[in-house]
Design a protein around this ligand. Structure first.
Ligand code: COA
Length: 276
């Protein structure tokens, strides 16, 4: 048996099905870059890169819609505020964007991933009962453990203005046979259960609405967060750039005139004998 050469070993080490880069050649998933440029949209390129082939027009439209929907939520969003503060501290735009992206966790911006898993579990259970009963049972379990349902609830919006448009587009895509509509049914069932008996409902938020889109499009749950990062990265970059151009230095979380309330002990002397 012949032993592999160092070249073979090195080639195998970074083997990839995504890109073929050689002198004078750049091909992505087999498509020459010169055919992609100017012909394939950015959203379709994202799909092609992470899924392996180009989307159908219907799939591309839905992905595009979800990516547009989540680009920004203003400086009220910690991801945006933190990037704006970061850029005033003398770091580069890349660091500022990374700071914002790093805050997209389970509770802010990253809940789509958990929501996709949640919706998948509703659908799995619905196989033995129906989607409404499955949604009710899972919501009850979460409530028993005092857990919030990911993708639902919002600090500002009684009804998120992005919800109806995205839900409408998924309904259209379902009617045209682009997607199955199962994740949508699960999401709507969860929303209905959460609203029961409450004067202030717990509305579907952007993470929930995009989780439905990404689930319908067949993305893995973890990719839901990845796609949200790409989308929100646009807003983070725009805000970091605006702050950079304003030229502010060291912008803190509150205006300088505002002093956070101190809740510790009153001023006191260090006890004699405790000096070091
Ligand atoms: C986004 C979020 C932090 C907003 O929280 P908030 O406005 O401070 O709301 P509260 O946590 O104070 O909840 C207010 C009420 O709604 C309920 N509620 C809010 N979000 C809920 C959720 N996701 N699931 C179940 N109940 C929820 C609370 O139980 C509470 O009920 P009560 O009035 O009977 O006590 C919260 O809804 C949440 O954690 N959602 C899940 C994570 C998520 O999707 N994040 C993405 C946000 S875009």
């Amino acid at each position: 048996m012949s032993t592999p050469s160092t070249d073979d070993e090195a080639a195998e080490y970074w083997s990839t099905s995504i890109s073929r880069i050689r002198p004078g050649e750049i091909a992505l998933r087999g498509y020459p870059i010169e055919q992609l440029i100017g012909r394939v949209s950015f959203a379709s390129t994202i799909w092609m890169m992470v899924r392996g082939d180009l989307p159908t027009p219907g799939q591309a439209d839905l992905l595009e819609a979800a990516l547009v929907a989540a680009v920004d939520h203003g400086p009220q969003a910690p991801s945006i505020a933190s990037a704006r503060m970061a850029v005033t501290c003398g770091v580069g735009l890349n660091n500022a964007v990374a700071t914002g992206v790093n805050l997209l966790g389970d509770v802010h911006g990253g809940a789509g991933q958990q929501c996709m898993t949640f919706l998948a579990e509703v659908l799995e259970r619905a196989a033995d009962t129906d989607v409404d009963a499955a949604a009710r049972a899972l919501v009850d379990e979460y409530r028993e453990h005092g857990r919030h349902i990911p993708g639902f609830g919002h600090r500002f919006h009684p009804r998120d203005p992005r919800r109806d448009v995205l839900v409408g587009l998924v309904e259209e895509a379902r009617d045209q046979g682009v997607v199955s509509g199962q994740a949508l049914a699960a999401g709507l069932a969860v929303e209905a259960v959460l609203a029961e008996g409450r004067s202030r409902p717990v509305p579907m938020n952007i993470d929930g609405a995009t989780a439905i889109v990404y689930s319908e499009l067949g993305f893995a749950a973890e990719m839901g967060r990845g796609l949200f990062v790409l989308s929100r990265g646009v807003g983070i970059l725009a805000h970091a750039w605006e702050e950079r151009q304003a030229g502010v230095r060291i912008k803190g979380p509150v205006p300088r005139s505002v002093l956070p309330r101190y809740t510790g002990p009153e001023l006191r002397d260090v006890p004699a004998g405790d000096e070091r």
